[in-house]
Design a protein around this ligand. Structure first.
Ligand SMILES: [Zn+2]
Ligand SMILES: [Zn+2]
Length: 351
């Protein structure tokens, strides 16, 4: 077994503590990655605190992993020691179902193995990126382009692909009016992607407090959703709305902002059900949709797109002290971060 210093949560809602976990010995297709940076995703907090029901404890969160290849199994040909690589939200899938074959591993019919809080196909629990190293089968490892720094690459592995994939799928591009709801970890990346894809981008955020940053990142327009005029002013104007907010919204109000044939896509997931009137869809042939991260091929494409277009998250790098990470979680809960925390996991080397 390979030892890995890690930040562990013993049970739902417990404080983070330093611990040493074990990673499996390399199989033929495995890669050992020395983790350099691990992003903090809001879903880490939901799972660590047990908000989403049944979870596997002890838990080592983290699914925004950037690191360096430290060793490779005998059959690995795509990667070698020293390569800069990333791992996102999942670490295995069946590889045989329609969705795996199409490169949509996240929708695998056998059930994708998540990077943490999941059981691997061998029955072992998976542990995530708040740790010193990780062992992952090569199919689920992506390459970080030279032009991207490792620290900013980390959040792209979840927040990046979560927003890139639906924008691509619903054809954000020239001539399209796209609205991004929420200017947080996801939203501030979505603005950059939609802009780089050539769409006309509007940010819909609660207040005007992030207006300047949104324009810097490529937004063409910005409206405060607290201002009720916003909804009458923008009625029927968007082809696509990407909702990155995890709170319950007035779905009817947002649907009313779509043109005929427009789509409202949710990537933020409130824990309570949303309600809406079906008339909001029928009266303008609108669609209400959702999207889950993106496949491995598309994740690589997204990283390359970021390198090509100079897209990166705005981050705050923190140390790997349990208290420091816990404090960052509290700040994420207060939306007090612009826009993503990244843990410098090299500090976990146990010295
Ligand atoms: Zn995430
Ligand atoms: Zn599959």
């Amino acid at each position: 077994m390979i030892k890995s210093h890690a930040l562990k949560i013993q049970n739902a809602g417990a404080s983070m503590e330093h611990s040493v976990i074990e990673r499996r010995e390399l199989r033929k297709h495995d890669i050992l990655i020395d983790i350099r940076y691990s992003g903090i995703c809001h879903s880490d907090i939901h799972q660590g605190e047990g908000d989403w029901g049944e979870a596997i404890f002890p838990m080592v969160p983290g699914h925004e992993i950037a690191g360096i290849v430290a060793a490779v199994g005998s059959d690995v040909t795509k990667f070698s020691v020293g390569d800069r690589v990333g791992v996102g939200c999942f670490v295995d899938s069946c590889g045989e179902c329609d969705y795996c074959l199409a490169g949509d591993e996240q929708y695998c019919t056998k059930g994708v193995v998540q990077t943490y809080n999941s059981l691997d196909y061998d029955g072992q629990p998976t542990y995530g990126g708040y740790s010193q190293n990780i062992v992952v089968t090569d199919r689920f490892v992506v390459r970080i382009p030279d032009k991207l720094n490792m620290d900013v690459a980390a959040p792209l592995l979840c927040a990046g692909i979560t927003t890139y994939s639906p924008l691509k799928h619903w054809n954000a591009g020239p001539g399209k009016k796209v609205a991004i709801v929420g200017m947080g970890g996801l939203g501030h990346l979505a603005v950059q992607f939609a802009h780089a894809m050539g769409a006309e981008v509007t940010v819909l955020s609660q207040s005007l407090s992030k207006q300047e940053e949104a324009y810097t990142l490529g937004a063409d327009h910005y409206y405060a959703t607290r201002d009720q005029d916003t909804f009458s002013k923008l009625a029927g104007s968007f082809d696509l709305i990407l909702n990155t907010v995890a709170a319950n919204l007035d779905v009817n109000a947002y649907l009313s902002l779509l043109r005929v044939d427009g789509t409202l896509v949710n990537v933020g997931a409130p824990s309570k059900p949303d309600t809406y009137s079906v008339f909001s869809l029928i009266l303008a042939r609108r669609s209400l949709a959702g999207s889950l991260v993106g496949g491995i091929r598309e994740t690589q494409e997204m990283l390359d797109f970021c390198a090509e277009h100079g897209i990166a998250p705005m981050i705050e790098v923190i140390g790997a002290d349990p208290e420091e990470v816990q404090h960052a979680w509290e700040r994420v809960k207060q939306s007090d971060v612009r826009y993503r925390f990244v843990i410098d996991t090299e500090q976990l080397n146990g010295n």
